[in-house]
Design a protein around this ligand. Sequence first.
Ligand SMILES: [Zn+2]
Length: 85
Amino acid sequence: MKTERYTAPKQRPTHVYIGRKACGCCVAVMTDLGDKMTGQAVSEFIQEGLTVERVTFEEYRTQIVNEPGFMGCHHEGQAEHLIEY
Ligand SMILES: [Zn+2]
């Protein structure tokens, strides 16, 4: 009786990856599931020029989500919208 199946962890994730823009706003979030998806998302953050941080879920829940620019940076609009003078 040895069935080795992958079972998703039922417990809450303990860490979260966040991506910050140069202005400091957190505009991307990926729960750290420790799998391929997570790694892929994080490398996408980096490709978008974001600074990736790994924070505890607690920190995320109590601090990051309360930051003024969280998922709503008003500094320069969308990255594709950068105005060049
Ligand atoms: Zn911003």
